[in-house]
Design a protein around this ligand. Structure first.
Ligand code: NAD
Length: 286
C-alpha cells in the first residue's frame, strides 16, 4: 500500500481519490472535500511531504505550475525519490519543463479519457509519458483507476496522445451537432435519425452519448466547453510549432469561443449543438 498525496479534487479527482482510498492506500488530500477518507492537508507541500507518490488532477497548465512550484507547492515538500504523476490534461511542452525542474523525483504525465463516468467507474483510458521504470512503479495505481493503460513514450508523450484524443472527440461532437441540426431543420426527428445512424458507419460513442444529450437538450457537465477549448488551444499552438495545418480543429475552437462568449463555457461540450443552432439561425442568446 502506498502513501499518496492527491492535489485537485474536482469532478475527476474526487472519484479517483475515492477508488485509491477504497483500494487501501493512505491519502493526503489538498483542497480536500468532506466525505473523502484521508488526511486533509493545508497545502500541496504538506500533502507531498507525507507521501511517496503525488497525483495531480488540476484544470490547466498554470494550475499545475502553481501547485508544483508556487508558494507552498509540491516542490517545497517533496522527498527525493518520490514519484509525481500529473493526470491533468496540459501542455506537452510545459510537461517536459516541469519534469526537469523536479530534480531527484520520478515524473509521469498520465492524462485520461473517459470522462466523469470513467472516473466514477474506474474505467479510464490512461495515456502515459515517462520512463518505463516509473511507469511500472505507478502501474498498480493506474490499474485501480482505469482499464486501457498505455505507456506512449517519453515525458510529454502522454499529453500529446491526449491532445490527439481531444481533436477526435471535439471534431466528432461538432460533426454530430451539424448532422442533428441539419436533420431537424430538414424536417426529420433528430432522435429517430440518431437511432438510425447508430446502426451504420456513423456510429460512435459521441453519437451515442453526446448525440442523446443534443436530442434531449440537456447539457449539464460532464466535460466543460471551457476545458475542451483549452485542449484544442494546445493542438493549435503545437500546429504552429510543427508547421502543420489543423483546419477543422481551428474551426471547432472558434465555435467553442462563440459558446464561451455566449456564457455557455461551463456547459457540457455537447452544447456546441446549441451554439451552432444560434450561429445558424440567430436564435436567442442566453
Ligand atoms: P475541475 O475543475 O472539476 O477540478 C479541478 C479541481 O482542482 C478543482 O476542485 C479546483 O478547486 C482544484 N484546484 C485548482 N487549483 C488548485 C491548486 N493549486 N491546488 C489544489 N487544488 C486546486 O476539473 P475536472 O473536470 O476534474 O478536470 C481536471 C483535469 O482532467 C482537466 O485537465 C481536464 O481537462 C481533465 N479531464 C476532465 C474530464 C472530464 O470529463 N471532466 C475528462 C478527461 C480529462
Amino acid at each position: 500500500m502506498m502513501r499518496i498525496g492527491f492535489v485537485g479534487l474536482g469532478v475527476m479527482g474526487t472519484p479517483m481519490a475515492g477508488h485509491l482510498a477504497a483500494a487501501g492506500h493512505e491519502l493526503f488530500l489538498y483542497r480536500g472535500r468532506d466525505g473523502l477518507p484521508g488526511t486533509h492537508c493545508g497545502s500541496a507541500a504538506e500533502a507531498a511531504a507525507e507521501a511517496e507518490v503525488v497525483i495531480l488532477m488540476l484544470p490547466d497548465t498554470p494550475d499545475v505550475e502553481r501547485a508544483l512550484f508556487g508558494d507552498q507547492g509540491v516542490a517545497e515538500g517533496i522527498k527525493p525519490g518520490s514519484l509525481v504523476i500529473d493526470m491533468s490534461s496540459i501542455s506537452p511542452t510545459a510537461t517536459k519543463d516541469f519534469a526537469q525542474r523536479l530534480e531527484g523525483c520520478d515524473y509521469l504525465d498520465a492524462p485520461v479519457s473517459g470522462g466523469e463516468v470513467g472516473a466514477q467507474q474506474a474505467t479510464l483510458t490512461i495515456m502515459v509519458g515517462g520512463e518505463p521504470a516509473a511507469f511500472e512503479r505507478a502501474k498498480p495505481l493506474f490499474e485501480t483507476l482505469g482499464k486501457n493503460i498505455t505507456l506512449i513514450g517519453p515525458t510529454g508523450a502522454g499529453q500529446t496522445a491526449k491532445v490527439a484524443n481531444q481533436i477526435v472527440v471535439g471534431l466528432t461532437i461538432e460533426a454530430v451537432a451539424e448532422a442533428l441540426l441539419f436533420a431537424e431543420k430538414a424536417g426529420a426527428d433528430p432522435g429517430v435519425v440518431r437511432e438510425a445512424l447508430m446502426g451504420g458507419f456513423a456510429q460512435s460513442r459521441v453519437l451515442e452519448l453526446h448525440g442523446q444529450r443534443m436530442v434531449d437538450q440537456t447539457f449539464d457537465p460532464g466535460f466543460r466547453i471551457r476545458l475542451h477549448r483549452k485542449d484544442l488551444k494546445l493542438a493549435i499552438e503545437a500546429a504552429a510549432e510543427l508547421d502543420i495545418a489543423l483546419p477543422n480543429t481551428a474551426g471547432t475552437q472558434q465555435l467553442m469561443n462563440a459558446a464561451i462568449a455566449d456564457g455557455d463555457g461551463d456547459l457540457d461540450h455537447s452544447a456546441l449543438h446549441k451554439t451552432l443552432r444560434r450561429e445558424q439561425t440567430g436564435g436567442p442568446r442566453s
